[in-house]
Design a protein around this ligand. Sequence first.
Ligand code: B12
Length: 298
Amino acid sequence: MISEIGKTGKMAAQSLKKFIHDQGIDLMGIADARNLILAYPPRPATNLMPSAKSVIVMAVAHSLGSVYSPDIMLWTRSKMQTSRLLDETAEKIGRQLEREGFLALPISADKPVAIFKHNPETGKKFRQTRALGFLSLKHAAVSCGMGEIGKNNLLLTPEFGPHQRLCAIVTEAVLEPDDRQELKLCKNCRRCVEACPSGALKDGGYDVDPCFVYWSYGFKRLPPASFREWPGYISMLRRHMKRRDLLVESGQTYITDVDNCIECMRACPVGERWKKIRPETLPPQKSGGAERRMRRNM
Ligand code: B12
């Protein structure tokens, strides 16, 4: 299967790519583990494996039908299947690499993530808990020329725009890395900024806290930072509680990992492969907790 790995990095990379495509993976690339683009806070692959030489990045396209479906729960279920295919393939590749004598560490398309209640630099409590992947998959994908990060803060590829899920394998096998690319796919159309219900996406960049709160609970307000903000926050909670059942919702979330928002992804027009099948209009999508009709004041 990957038995070329004992030979030159180039031959090994070619046979590995063929194997990965045969598993149903849409895109893949290889980055030099010691030369990854790092995000903030930095998460070098060599912290996960000091002997790491390569990072193999894989992407599976989402079903566009689920992206445009009337209820985000349908997308969530489909997303889980893309994660499953990615994770299963990463396990297969990892095991094969280890059989051939190279340490390999699959980085899942899904959780777990490291959870930060306090800023590790200052020790101060964050207003909103933050989550961080063990490796930034978007930055690993940019490092091997698969795409670029758009205004929506997502990886855009020429083929699928933002509509793909990512996963990686860190390994000590030496594989020929792919070149980085200047793609200029994002044309700054601002559709993502206009579509973002939480105000996390702005012209100046991306604010993780409102995105996290909306994505997880469907709330448009952050936890109060001062006494003055409590009354508004409590009345927002009461409005949610009137029509939602958080216990039933969390039960469902454990089973299907329900998301509350993909608006920045849905609004993005990038992606050559979708041109023929992309619907012309963007019908509203009901999110897990917050019904569209009532969202404005949520
Ligand atoms: C944690 C996480 C989230 C969190 C936090 C997002 C974030 N940007 O940090 C939340 C829940 C909000 C989230 C939301 C979404 N996510 Co998400 N997420 C992840 C995950 C697991 C890790 C992200 C990460 O570590 N990024 C690295 C950081 C450094 O990159 P960054 O985004 O540029 O930087 C932010 C942080 O550094 C943070 N920050 C700033 N200071 C500090 C300090 C500390 C201490 C911490 C912890 C963080 C922090 O703010 C920065 C922006 O200002 C990845 C999978 C992975 N392992 O990479 C998926 C991933 C990025 N998510 C993905 C998706 C699709 C989404 C959503 C569309 C939701 C959804 N329904 O799926 C939205 C999109 C939000 C957006 N426009 O960016 C996909 C993106 C695919 C693509 N095409 O690019 C990924 C790659 C998952 C995957 N397997 O494919 N996500």
